[in-house]
Design a protein around this ligand. Structure first.
Ligand code: SF4
Ligand code: FES
Length: 228
């Protein structure tokens, strides 16, 4: 099988395509394949020319950390959850997430997710216990990996955008649920940085590896502030 990777040595250099050959193993994941390619001290490309090791990130290798998010055959996905047997064709095309700055090859800087929370002043301050009826959805929304896949597919999210996307909507819900004095402020931030920009394309829900019901977070945030 051929593996075509969009590579970039550093943020200051131009991206370029490089192809590799990989002995097909259908039970292997994309993450496992990248790992195997990188095992070799003498990694060569499809033309036999020496190639630097492929930059990519992983931690858990079981869909729990979000580090390995990338674009595989035009679909944003977790590399450790994507099996080669499920991909069509004999060439796999792998690219870094495009909505974030590339650091090296498939490694991107997703710090903007946290920076957006800071910009929106989304923090709890005085803690208030959540209502018991919210526990189930809080558990679901709390599974967010901050992988960024939802931002990658969102037609409304872009670099420098004041619309912060599904990850922000879920975070606002979680913060507002436990916030005492700042709940109204969080709800205002949600309106400014999410509600005004969301066109309900909901591609974020389809792509989310944790199957977070973002629509429920949106509905809960759109309601009036519940009485405690
Ligand atoms: S909401 Fe889902 S897709 Fe978006 S960052 Fe969280 S886990 Fe990833
Ligand atoms: S390595 Fe943790 S989600 Fe893939």
């Amino acid at each position: 099988m051929r593996v075509k990777i969009l590579r970039q040595a550093s943020p200051a250099t131009e991206p370029y395509w490089q192809e590799f050959r990989y002995d097909y193993n259908g039970n292997q994941t994309v993450a496992g394949m990248l790992d195997e390619l990188n095992y070799k001290d003498d990694l060569v490309d499809i033309n036999g020319d020496p190639a630097p090791r492929i930059g990519w990130e992983c931690s858990c290798l079981q869909g729990m950390c979000g580090a390995c998010a990338m674009v595989i055959n035009n679909r944003p996905a977790l590399a450790c959850e994507t099996f080669l047997r499920d991909l069509k064709g004999d060439t796999i095309v792998i690219e870094p997430l495009k909505k974030f700055k590339t650091i090296s090859d498939l490694v991107v800087d997703r710090g903007v997710i946290q920076e957006n929370l800071k910009k929106a002043d989304a923090y709890i301050e005085e803690y208030k216990g959540a209502q018991a009826k919210e526990y189930e959805h809080m558990y679901a929304a709390g599974k967010c990996l901050k992988c960024g896949l939802c931002l990658e597919v969102c037609p409304n999210y872009g670099d420098g955008s004041t619309f912060y996307g599904a990850v922000f909507a879920n975070d606002c819900y979680l913060i507002a649920s436990r916030s005492g004095s700042r709940e109204n402020a969080i709800r205002e931030s949600y309106k400014t940085n999410f509600a005004k920009g969301c066109s309900k394309a909901l591609s974020c829900v389809d792509v989310c590896p944790m199957k977070i019901p973002t629509l429920a977070s949106i509905a809960k945030m759109n309601r009036k502030r519940p009485k405690r």
